[in-house]
Design a protein around this ligand. Structure first.
Ligand code: SF4
Length: 1013
């Protein structure tokens, strides 16, 4: 089986688990599963020309064609030239029919043997399909384990008709096999297929079956394993087959335990890549030095498991130290993947060390991802789910429900509150899915439970915002200890995340919404004055003392914290002019009025927060200190007024967020007012943006608060720029290369088309018909030689739309579609998800497909195109940011003045990290292979190219730096041919790329630097 990131299987672990709701598969089910997998395996390993169903269709098609040809030839009026052609075609068709007939006969006899086997060998538990010269010298083996209920262990006497359930199960199995990379390695030349059945020794073999014998693989060989779990058998599936069966093979696989200086590292796989080991060594250095570090390691090298192994082992070696791991990921999918790896590691550590190795690890996400209340989950987006939850859990709603039984509460929250201090999670690793399951089981709300457990957890996995956005961090992460190790994974865009966390945009609709919100608030104030004036008075008194005295709010009453690092603000008293609720509403009205006037401008305006605040003061009479308190004052008022539908109050919250930020920061921000989007100057669309330019502002509290912060990604080049952008001094800063036994990455720089015209997306060239044509021709040629998926990245949506329209007019798109289906990313997430699903389905069918996508889009950031989903990625152009953007210009100025980072350097760095990110999608493990084409003449320049990560540059040969389309085609052909050859995965022949425990022990004597890779 191909190695995936942090690869390895265990005797108990199966590569693929197929669950079925049936209590048994039955003889017919087993037969059809084996039959379909045999067809799939033979086809994927290129032993038959198409899948079995297609073969019968092809056979029928050929026979029909043959009959048509015969009929045509009997026509007297057929001209001699045409007749000759028909005769020649008839001969060809006849030969093909003969070939197919022979193949189909073999397959039919194989199917009969399979049926016989199912009848004669009741209770089949395991079947092994072996491809190779002999069973003892397999090239590839697939083990199928069937966990049948004992009632079904009788001989099968049915008619083997294929039921819908069996068909669905077969499809599911094949999809799962594809997803673990089965069949992606091809072996040239014919191979034999052996089917071994694991049956009881009492079995009377039919005469023409091979004799019973013991069977054992050769020691180094690892088969792909599939397990079919029936409903009633879930508990039994973990037990290995009974001993009275004929063969029992798998050898015991051991995992690794090795030392890095004084730390004993537990690594849950049998081998480790050299770069993983080095990564751990550097990480340990940073932890020892109690400092921050920057580590760049290529994708697909098992970075996550190396990091988790080292940090958890480090913690185990220092039992008295309260080290916590806070692991930040960009997406929920990455969060689940990380927790999955941690689970494996944790199981291994507990097996070795017993209960002392037990930890509590949780994933934390929004209510939308953790809620289990079906009524609340029906809300359409995150804000509505939050609001729907608040409507059922706010303290005043719960108080009201004691008098009015019609008030709807959430049972999960009530049970959780009832359990009080007993609501705890037992040690273990909990993914979001596990948390939901646990919560449902106990009847406790998983969201509040997870939030409560953050203080006890040893490992917390959540999104960047929980640490970088002060509004969220102020609530969730305020109790984390200094000794925590914070990891930002896939952190190549961390500066942008920091900036976004402190930037706010206000449009006309925001102001309109905010005005409506104020009207509602005003009504509520009047209502309270009439019914419960004491509450408003109590709030006033509290505000005189300062916000810090508002006391601990219950979890369900908490909203987002102050957007601007709250500690300083909470200590001060709230200014007198906004303590009274109605005065505060007046202030906000004046603020909205002022912002409205500013949005009426006809020219682009840019100013600093200081000048904005002073003009606001002179024209609307609002002071800087008042602005600073707006956000917290609003929050306090909304709590006092018992407002639960917070999603409807987002506009006023945005305005207060803006006010607090502009009142707090004098440096590192600009206010930019644009009357329309520069790209569409005829449509008035005024926007006022408070734009943060200094990424270090949001991340500074994290660096200050925690002992070690690890910034890691596959793309951090040039690695010396990040410390400047984020304003910190790393104790370790390293970039690792990928150790490989074969050159599975083939980067190329395409500078011209076949007609020698240069290609580029430079502003003056991008619409040139020659460039557009050459870009199209490149793809037309490539889709005809590249099997499986091809992904194309464009520099922007508008450029992609333009180029696709031109390709459509000139017929290029049609030529592409003759080879592969085409799918397109759009700005609509749902549409794109659908397109991606269909793209994958098309790739699974075997002919591949083309996906058009955009750099900096969702797909470029978070979707992997590994294995057959991406064998080639084409980066059309250099994805520079829109350089006329006022925000970008202001940021560039700031970077230049404050950090002395030159404009050109930053723009190139930013464009190249995006390009590297796009092309990096194609390789997600070492067993994978893929080509990357940088289609723009500017990539051949050293100043651009040198900013690509080292692991790409090390494969970019000089001969591939200035290619035309025909040269690129030639190189691609050669590369694909080379990749189709079998290879030595462990690198035992030369460069060692998989280290065993013994290798590490030897290395410990000689030193890490002696590693040959
Ligand atoms: S309390 Fe929990 S389960 Fe209930 S609505 Fe809120 S998030 Fe959902």
């Amino acid at each position: 089986m191909e190695m995936a990131e942090g690869e390895g299987t265990t005797e108990e672990n199966y590569d693929v688990d197929i669950a079925t709701t049936a209590s048994s598969l039955g003889g017919s089910g087993i037969f059809h599963i084996i039959n379909d997998i045999v067809g799939f395996v033979l086809y994927m390993h290129q032993q038959i020309p198409s899948v079995l169903q297609d073969m019968s269709l092809e056979f029928d098609g050929l026979q029909t064609e043959f009959m048509d040809l015969e009929a045509n030839l009997t026509q007297p009026q057929v001209k001699p030239l045409v007749r000759r052609k028909l005769v020649s075609r008839k001969r060809e068709v006849k030969n093909e029919i003969k070939k197919l007939e022979k193949l189909m006969k073999t397959i039919t006899s194989l199917r009969s043997a399979l049926q016989l086997m199912v009848r004669e060998a009741p209770g089949i538990q395991k079947v092994v399909l072996i491809l190779g010269g002999s069973p003892l010298r397999p090239q590839k083996a697939y083990e199928l384990l069937f966990t049948q209920h004992s009632d079904s262990l009788l001989g099968y006497e049915g008619d083997f008709a294929k039921s819908k359930a069996a068909e669905a199960l077969s499809k599911k199995t094949i999809r799962a096999l594809i997803s673990v990379g089965a069949g992606s390695t091809s072996y040239p030349g014919p191979m034999r297929l052996f089917i071994l059945v694991h049956a009881p020794p009492t079995l009377n073999l039919p005469q023409h079956f091979l004799p019973k014998r013991d069977f054992r693989y050769n020691r180094k060989f690892v088969p792909s394993k599939l397990r079919f779990k029936c409903r009633a058998q879930d508990n039994a599936t973990n037990s290995p087959p009974t001993n009275d069966l004929i063969w029992s093979l798998t050898r015991r696989r051991k995992k690794m335990i090795f030392k890095i200086e004084d730390v004993t590292v537990y690594f849950p796989y049998d081998n480790i890549y050299p770069e993983q080991y080095e990564y751990m060594v550097e990480l340990k250095r940073a932890l020892d030095a109690k400092g921050h570090c920057l580590l760049e390691m290529p994708t697909g090298t098992g970075k996550t498991i190396a990091l988790l192994s080292l940090i958890t082992s480090y913690r185990l070696s220092r039992p008295d130290s309260p080290i916590k791991l806070v692991y930040c990921t960009r997406t929920v999918h990455e969060m689940e993947k990380t927790l999955g790896e941690l689970k494996l590691l944790h199981d291994y550590q507990v097996r070795h060390l017993g209960t002392q190795a037990k930890i509590l690890a949780i994933g934390l996400s929004s209510r939308k991802n953790l809620c289990v209340n079906t009524k609340v989950l029906a809300a359409e987006n995150r804000d509505s789910v939050d609001a729907a939850c608040r409507k059922r859990t706010a303290s005043w709603v719960r108080a009201l429900s004691t008098e009015n039984p019609n008030v709807e509460l959430c049972d999960y929250f009530e049970n959780y509150e009832k359990a009080a201090d007993n609501a705890l999670l037992p040690p273990g690793v909990y993914t979001l899915e596990d948390l939901r399951a646990f919560g449902k089981n106990r009847g406790w709300c998983p969201y509040f439970l997870a939030r409560h457990m953050v203080q006890f957890a040893n490992v917390i996995v959540y999104s960047y915002q929980y640490l970088l956005d002060p509004k969220v961090a102020g609530i969730i992460s305020k109790e984390l200890q200094k000794e925590s190790v914070v990891v930002f994974d896939e952190a190549h865009n961390i500066d942008n995340v920091c900036i976004e966390a402190l930037s706010v945009s206000v449009r006309r609709v925001t102001l309109e919404g905010a005005n409506r919100n104020l009207n509602k608030i005003r009504q509520e104030i009047d209502r309270f004055k009439a019914t419960d004036a004491g509450r408003l008075r109590a709030e006033y008194n509290r505000l005189v003392e300062g916000l810090a005295l508002r006391g601990d709010l219950s979890g369900s009453d908490q909203w987002l914290a102050n957007p601007a690092l709250p500690h300083d603000i909470l200590k001060e008293a709230v200014p007198g002019n906004i303590r009274r609720a109605e005065h505060f509403v007046h202030v906000l009205r004046r603020l909205l009025q002022y912002l409205g006037v500013r949005l009426d401008t006809e020219n682009v305006e840019k100013e600093s927060p200081v000048s904005f605040v002073s003009s606001l003061n002179s024209q609307a009479g609002i002071e800087q200190k008042t602005l600073k308190f707006c956000y917290d004052r609003l929050q306090s008022l909304m709590l006092t007024l018992e407002i639960t539908d917070t999603d409807e109050f987002l506009p006023i919250q945005t305005v207060c967020d803006f006010a607090t930020l502009v009142g707090t920061y004098a440096r590192g921000f600009s206010i930019i007012i644009e009357p329309y989007d520069e790209r569409m100057p005829h449509i008035p669309d005024p926007i006022l943006q408070l734009s943060c330019h200094d990424a270090s502002l949001a991340i500074k509290p994290v660096f200050d608060r925690f002992q070690s912060v690890v910034i890691t990604s596959g793309t951090l080049s040039p690695i010396d720029l990040y410390p400047r952008l984020l304003s910190f001094t790393p104790v370790v800063s390293r970039s690792f290369k990928m150790s490989m036994t074969r050159d599975c990455i083939c980067p190329m720089v395409l500078t011209r088309g076949s007609d020698q015209l240069p290609v580029s997306t430079k502003f003056d060239m991008r619409s040139d018909p020659g460039v557009v044509r050459n870009y199209g021709k490149l793809l037309v040629e490539m889709v005809s030689i590249v099997p499986d998926g091809v992904v194309c990245f464009f520099v922007s949506y508008s450029y992609m739309d333009g180029i696709i329209a031109t390709w459509n007019e000139t017929g290029i798109l049609k030529e592409i579609m003759q080879q592969k289906l085409v799918f397109i990313e759009t700005q609509d997430v749902v549409e794109t998800t659908l397109a991606l699903d269909n793209y994958r389905r098309a790739c699974d069918c075997g002919r591949g497909a083309v996906f058009f996508s955009v750099a900096r889009g969702k797909v470029a950031e978070g979707i992997d195109f590994d294995r057959h989903y991406g064998r080639l990625v084409v980066m059309y152009g250099v994805p520079f940011q829109y350089t006329l953007s006022k925000i970008l210009r202001a940021r560039l100025e700031y970077l230049h003045d404050t950090f002395q980072i030159k404009e050109g350097d930053f723009l190139t760095f930013d464009a190249l990290r995006q390009a590297a990110q796009c092309v990096g999608r194609v390789i997600r493990s070492k067993a994978d292979y893929g080509m990357m084409i940088f289609a723009d003449k500017r990539y051949s320049r050293h100043d651009k190219r040198s900013k690509l990560p080292g692991w790409i540059l090390s494969h970019l040969r000089d001969a591939h730096l200035n290619l035309s389309t025909d040269m690129a085609i030639h190189i691609a052909r050669e590369f694909l041919r080379k990749m189709a050859q079998p290879y030595d995965k462990a690198g035992t022949m030369g460069r060692k790329t998989l280290l065993t425990q013994e290798d590490l022990e030897k290395m410990a004597e000689t030193g890490v630097q002696d590693m040959a890779y």
